[in-house]
Each structure stands twice: as structure tokens, then as C-alpha cells.
Write a protein that binds this ligand. Structure first.
Ligand SMILES: [Zn+2]
Length: 250
């Protein structure tokens, strides 16, 4: 495959012996039933198309890890690019899904030298047919520039995915949103969900470290659901990362 547009999940599943169906499911979002060399994957048709692709890639992941007779019913809370840490079957299937949808060899050249913002994420999401959240996570994990993705739900911290170059000391976030952040403004209704622009902000609005007020971050927040705001934080100026590394190694 030479282009993101060529990634045909149904063809990949078929090639591995799995047939894909779209049917309403009870109590789960996707399911795989395998017998010997063949399997049937069922995906709930109600979800948005990017989410259906992620769910299908996740089920292909189960099949590739664990062929043969099996039955998995994956709940909404099992499936998602933010649930990729650890060594459970579900996190492994999520890692597999991100890699199948956005393989490094196609993703890396396309994101090289691009700003770590939702403008870039939207451009790539369109080509890879992935959600903005999944694409933003892949962008920070690719590690071209240091950054992290932070998600708040109902104004409360929900999850965070750091890039590989972000020191542990910078990975804590405020339990409550600082009122200067775009995420706060989105929840307050002072910004429209799809009209935010990347902006420079004092790092102490996001980072709980002694000298954080001396540094800046580029933040770009978007509303991905009525109760959920996802923010991309980018250390365009990497001095906070360097100084933090120095303090912890000296
Ligand atoms: Zn699963």
C-alpha cells in the first residue's frame, strides 16, 4: 500500500479469513466469533464512520493475536486509541488498530515538520479516515515534536497521552482546568467547538511544575462531543523540556 487511501480494512479482514457485517449489537460495540480459520466480525452500524473503522481494526487485531475458536464482545469502553497502554488483550488490540489504520511508514513522512495542532491532525485524519482524537494521539506518539494529548470530560480530567520525549515531571496536569485554557473556554461556551485556533499560552496553565510560568506552550483544543474536550499541547519552544531533563539528570 502506497497511500493512506489504499488501506481497505474489509479486504484485509477477508484476506485473513474474517467476514465483516454491520448489525446492531446488544451491550457491545463490536464482536468477533472465530471458528478454526474463519471468523465473523460484527460492527454496530450506529457509530460514526471513523469509529467503525477503528472498531473493525481492533477486531482484526484480536483475530491476528489469537486465531482459532474464540468469541469476543468488545464494549465501547474497551475500544479506543487512548486505551493503548499496558498488556491487556484490549490494549494490544487498540495498539494494533492504530498501527493498521496509520502505519508508521505512511504516517511519518506525511507528518514530518508539521505543527503539532489539530490543523495538522484534521489534514491527516481526512486522508487516513481516522478520528481527530486517534490522529492526534498518533501525532504525539510519533514524536516529531514534544507534545501531549489531554482529554477532559464534563470539565474533569479524563486521560492523557504523552509523547516519548515528554519528561515524567511534566506529565501531571491540573485536576481542574485553568480559566485561561481553550478547553475551559469551550466548556464555558465562550468559544465555538469547531472554530478554535492554536494559541500560545503560559505553560503553568497546563503544567504543574515549579518553574512552569517561565515557559510557553502551544495549545489547540477542540470539542469532540458535547461533554468532551481534547487538547493538543505542543512544546514548539522546547526549552522547558530541556531544562526539565537537565534538572533531573544533574
Ligand atoms: Zn476488544
Amino acid at each position: 500500500m502506497d497511500r493512506p487511501e489504499d488501506i481497505d480494512l474489509e479486504a484485509i479482514a477477508y484476506d485473513k479469513g474474517a467476514l465483516v457485517k454491520y448489525r446492531p449489537l446488544n451491550g457491545c460495540e463490536a464482536r468477533i466469533v472465530g471458528l478454526g480459520d474463519s471468523a465473523i466480525i460484527t460492527i454496530d452500524p450506529e457509530a460514526i464512520k471513523e469509529r467503525k473503522r477503528f472498531s473493525l481494526a481492533h477486531e482484526i487485531g484480536h483475530w491476528m493475536q489469537d486465531r482459532g475458536t474464540q468469541a469476543h464482545a468488545c464494549k465501547k469502553s474497551d475500544i479506543g486509541p487512548q486505551r493503548s497502554a499496558g498488556n491487556t488483550r484490549e490494549s494490544e488490540a487498540n495498539r494494533f488498530a492504530s498501527q493498521l489504520l496509520m502505519p508508521d511508514y505512511l504516517f511519518k513522512p506525511l507528518c514530518a515538520k508539521k505543527p503539532l495542532t489539530f490543523v495538522t491532525a484534521a489534514e491527516l485524519a481526512k486522508r487516513f479516515r481516522t478520528s481527530l482524537t486517534a490522529t492526534a494521539i498518533k501525532l504525539v506518539q510519533t514524536g516529531n515534536s514534544p507534545g501531549m494529548v489531554v482529554c477532559y470530560r464534563n470539565r474533569k480530567f479524563d486521560w492523557m497521552t504523552p509523547g516519548p520525549d515528554v519528561p515524567k515531571a511534566l506529565q501531571r496536569t491540573w485536576p481542574m482546568l485553568d480559566e485561561h485554557t481553550q478547553a475551559h473556554e469551550l466548556f464555558a461556551g465562550n468559544l465555538s467547538g469547531d472554530a478554535t485556533r492554536p494559541q500560545l499560552i503560559d505553560a503553568d496553565c497546563w503544567i504543574d511544575e515549579d518553574n512552569a510560568a517561565d515557559y510557553t506552550l502551544t495549545e489547540h483544543a477542540i470539542m469532540v462531543a458535547a461533554d468532551t474536550v481534547v487538547t493538543l499541547l505542543w512544546w514548539h519552544d522546547e526549552s522547558q523540556i530541556r531544562d526539565c531533563d537537565d534538572r533531573h539528570t544533574s
